[in-house]
Design a protein around this ligand. Sequence first.
Ligand code: HEC
Ligand code: HEC
Ligand code: HEC
Length: 477
Amino acid sequence: MKPFLRRSIPALAAAAVIVAVAATGHAQPTSGSQPIAVGRALPNVSLPPHVPPATPTPDPDLPASAGKDVLQGAYLARIGDCTACHTARNGALFAGGLPLASPIGTIYSTNITPDKEHGIGDWSYDDFARLMRRGISKDGHTVYPAMPYPSYSRLTDDDLRALYAYFMQGVKPVAQANKKNDIPWPLSMRWPLGIWRTLFAPRPEPFAGDAGADAQMLRGAYLVQGLGHCGSCHTPRSFTMKERALTDRDGTAYLAGGQIVDGWTAPSLRNEHGGGLGDWNEAEIVEFLKTGRNGRTASFGAMNEVVHDSFQYLTDTDLAAVAKYLKSLAPANNAAPYRYDPAVAQQLYEGHPASTGAQLYLDRCAACHRSNGTGNGKAFPALAGNPILQTADPTSAIHIVLSGSSQPYTEAAPSMLTMAPYADILSDQQIADVVTFIQQSWGNRGGTATADQVAKVRKTATPVEAPPPVGRRGDRP
Ligand code: HEC
Ligand code: HEC
Ligand code: HEC
């Protein structure tokens, strides 16, 4: 063997292990569709004092004696969506055990209740802060980047202390042992995680908004880049699974649309037309995040959980700050604004569908989404001009037709209108035809779908479950 090869093979092998382990940053609950964050860690910082504090909604599950910091911590836990990963289906709140599928095996989330033996009850504030900012557990091991510590590291000291107070005093201890991860050796070794962290989660930097930005804009940036970890789904990743940008200052890749996670694509949140939020105003963003629907679209897939578990609980002030920040992001391209084209609607109305896709649409979809593609208010989303249908990649549209979907339950909008799954009714080719039709009618400019793409998504798409009875309060917090 050539000396060069002999020397580089161990190095290549180590690099492969690191990249494979880093891929666990893309782990997601196998029962749902929660993703990850990989990025960089940040330090002990405080926001400029003029940033208004959030006013948390009182949590009815907290003891009446709960202090201000515990209430604030409960609110922060919602924004960070800790429950999405740390509460198993029908399991005790924050007791862990939720399986997260990753390319190298199954990772189980851990018990973060204040139980002294199985949870984090004997962790000091410093232990907690080190884990949240740098991903290093109390006993010194580095956790998988499935835990979005690179985003959480942006938390100010005050917020981190409030979160700690909540987990110590506001959460019930649960004596439930952690499950062993199901990852084969050598990938189960944790040392490459430390190397990955050093390489791809660079030195902590203070959270810094743009100089001159007003308090509302800073608050929005802090929530989106930090606790909200929006970039873990909405920012594209490089081959090491690191997010290609962690803030707007890193360039226009930030929030420019993520790759496929669990068969869903998270679209761009920047301000281009055709696929981004260019046509939305701030009020529409607020309505979408609070209720999972607005006049343009209804949330589905992975975003349903974000709305249900987390964003519906944000104060109106914080939602407005998030919307303002998102509207400040420069467009990722200069696509022209959407324009409605009435030609297809006219054909369908006259009973002359021009393609198999059009015929399928008339038979299967038009009852709810209407032949003119405008849907029906907030009950059945419009497909004409829908941002989901302006993107080159049709994965999300294919997935929702295969598996159907229910609107998320929120206190502000409790109706959970459901679209039934078509996986058992339509063939791969038929779904490709109807998806191509909706991606390219009424002025939509999305890419075409093929039967091969449908076959691929079909392998993992699970049909929507019947929604729980209306009035369910949803998981807490
Ligand atoms: C996207 C999924 C996800 C979210 C969201 C998430 N976590 Fe985690 N967390 C994990 C996983 C997975 C682990 C275990 C990683 C491992 O074993 O390497 C973990 C580990 C931890 C640990 C370390 C426990 C130990 O015993 O080492 C703490 C503490 C923790 N998370 C707190 C939180 C808090 C607080 C939040 C909300 C602000 C949160 N997590 C949100 C996935 C998540
Ligand atoms: C019974 C009424 C109904 C029928 C029939 C129906 N849908 Fe839907 N559709 C809905 C509802 C309700 C949603 C919102 C689901 C959610 O938010 O989770 C939706 C969402 C969608 C979306 C995502 C748009 C968005 O912004 O949420 C697409 C794409 C879609 N439907 C396509 C189709 C296609 C294609 C067909 C026919 C094969 C079809 N629908 C048939 C009710 C229906
Ligand atoms: C778990 C992954 C995930 C996270 C985390 C996430 N999103 Fe999403 N988001 C999605 C997916 C998937 C969609 C596409 C489905 C839909 O439109 O509901 C989406 C859609 C959206 C849309 C609608 C865009 C459109 O063009 O229709 C908005 C707005 C949005 N997300 C905002 C946010 C914000 C703000 C955050 C952070 C607080 C966030 N998301 C965090 C997965 C995620």
